[in-house]
Design a protein around this ligand. Structure first.
Ligand SMILES: [Zn+2]
Length: 323
């Protein structure tokens, strides 16, 4: 059988990149060990015939001929990602700088962005922009480092600000639209709680992906016996961002801040399969009882620190919860 080459496919009007993706990487070879990052929109991997060590490509999942054809949201995501990755590559590879280029002139060009490190021993300037291809030398440690930093860097958690309110409203509404347990007005509950005495601005947190709010968590004051402690509710993550550890990040960051603010306990009404990994146990084991309207099996509590603070009693939520 005749070997298929990129040139042959191009002659037939077939995009070699798409062909490769759809046919088990038969053209350019399996690149799983070179993948640095991937999401629904694009993938990013190290080039197998690099122009410099650390030469990476960001390639859209869908076919677009070139940058002039790509939708604005893809453009934004790809270039924000490129900016972040350039800094990481410069650091991990100890490069002096990183070139960025995107091709537009092949007849069957597939939109991609190339990031090519330039090292201090190489000449600067546009004449030396396109360098000779070199042999790919695998450096598992560097790949692992980049993957790790990218994973960590993608989602940031910060305090909400007043400009976020509308976006948070939509995020919560969308997040709960497909939830198993939802009364459909969690977004209105947040608005009401924000205006209540039980609200703590430091504990109204958003998860951000490239300036976009993708998740939200709120901890409000509750009374447990005579003490003021916290309740976690609600927490929501956009459906397409679920199962990526964003909920965990929100909960962990919330716990950290709650501790710093001097709270001892957080109670939550939720899945007994999800919350124990953050230290939640049935609240009754601490002597903390739910309001009478709540069934106790899903009512859990976590002790934030090991100080000997015995807090017992029935929980009284903010009146906005309607419990
Ligand atoms: Zn293509």
């Amino acid at each position: 059988m005749e070997e298929i080459t990129p040139a042959m496919l191009t002659d037939k009007g077939i995009c070699p990149t798409c062909y490769d993706k759809e046919n088990n990487h038969c053209l350019y070879g399996d690149n799983r060990d070179k993948i640095l990052y991937e999401n629904e929109l694009f993938e990013c991997f190290l080039v197998s015939n690099p122009r410099a060590a650390g030469h990476a490509i960001i390639s859209s999942k869908k076919h677009y001929k070139d940058m002039m054809e790509i939708p604005d949201d893809l453009c934004r995501e790809v270039f924000l990602f490129a900016k972040r990755l350039m800094r990481i590559i410069r650091e991990v590879y100890s490069a002096e700088s990183v070139y960025l280029c995107t091709m537009c002139d092949g007849p069957m060009n597939h939109f991609h962005v190339q990031l090519i490190p330039r090292y201090s021993f190489e000449k600067r300037g546009s004449r030396n922009f396109v360098k000779e291809r070199k042999e790919y030398v695998e450096d598992k440690e560097k790949i692992a480092k980049i993957r790790e930093v990218l994973k960590d860097n993608m989602i940031q958690i910060r305090k909400e600000n007043t400009n976020d309110y509308d976006e948070i409203y939509k995020v919560i509404k969308t997040a709960f639209a497909t939830a198993e347990h939802s009364d459909g007005n969690e977004q209105d509950l947040v608005v009401a709680l924000r205006n209540s005495d039980n609200f703590i601005p430091e504990l109204s947190l958003v998860a951000i992906d490239n300036d976009k709010i993708v998740g939200y968590i709120l901890f409000t004051k509750v009374e447990i016996g005579k003490n003021t402690e916290l309740a976690l509710a609600p927490i929501g993550v956009l459906p397409e961002y679920q199962r990526k550890g964003i909920g965990s990040k929100l909960i962990q960051e919330g716990h950290k801040i709650a501790k710093e603010l001097g709270y001892h306990y957080v109670v939550v009404l939720g899945s007994e399969k999800y919350y124990p990994k953050f230290g939640y146990i049935p609240a009754i084991e601490y002597g903390i009882k739910p309001p009478s309207e709540i069934a106790s099996e899903n009512f859990m509590a976590v002790k934030l620190n090991n100080v000997n603070t015995e807090i017992k009693g029935t929980v009284k939520y903010a009146k906005e919860f309607g419990l």
